[in-house]
Design a protein around this ligand. Structure first.
Ligand code: GLN
Length: 195
């Protein structure tokens, strides 16, 4: 198994370290040439979704990645990755042009939805399919405001959806790569294996 990690900006190294602890081979995607390698899944890290979206477009990666996801490639988006995968986004500046996105998941994401002061916090909470609670670190996080029927809600915190799955697409508003618990990554790897 080989996982592509989008490495344009943000917390990609932490995902690579998590995969390496789990004994999984990965490679970084920084340009179109990298993307052409064989892969079984993709991780889109947290960071700044507007920056990542623009870079994806400028590097010619937006369409090929979108097509691969639509073709069934398993993808795991954390935080900014959740925003890049969402079909609709609220919370962008109304005066700026809409930042490019993959928009493959039938969700509406609310960006920076907890406000600047409350943007970073930590909780332990339930995640459907994983026993007990898992640690969840939120950093200026979004949440999913609306999700269509085909989206399975995996976790809610304070009444907001913070983890969800739609077929081959998994997203979390929090950063499992920043905590020691590896079970959300394992959950994703199971999706990759059962493809
Ligand atoms: N606030 C960021 C955005 O809108 C996401 C934050 C994160 O990925 N930690 O892109």
């Amino acid at each position: 198994m080989r996982i592509a990690v989008l490495a344009l900006q943000g917390a990609f190294l932490e995902h690579e370290m998590m995969l390496s602890k789990l004994g999984i081979d990965c490679f970084e995607v920084r340009q179109l040439e990298d993307w052409q390698q064989e892969k079984d899944g993709l991780i889109i890290p947290g960071g700044e979704s507007t920056t990542q979206g623009k870079l994806l477009r400028d590097l010619g990666l937006l369409t090929p990645i979108r097509e691969a996801i639509e073709g069934g490639l398993p993808v795991f988006g954390t935080c900014a990755g959740l925003i890049l995968l969402a079909r609709e986004v609220e919370g962008n500046s109304p005066s700026a042009p809409v930042p490019p996105r993959l928009a493959t998941m039938h969700t509406t994401a609310a960006r920076n939805a907890y406000g600047r002061q409350l943007g970073s916090f930590h909780v332990e909470s339930h995640f459907k399919g994983i026993e007990g609670d898992i640690p969840m670190t939120f950093i200026r996080a979004p949440y999913i405001k609306e999700a269509s029927e085909e989206v399975e809600v995996l976790s809610e915190v304070d009444g907001h959806i913070v983890a969800a799955r739609q077929g081959n697409q998994l997203v979390t508003a929090f950063h499992p790569e920043l905590d020691d618990d590896m079970r959300v990554h394992e959950y994703f790897l199971k999706m990759v294996k059962s493809r």
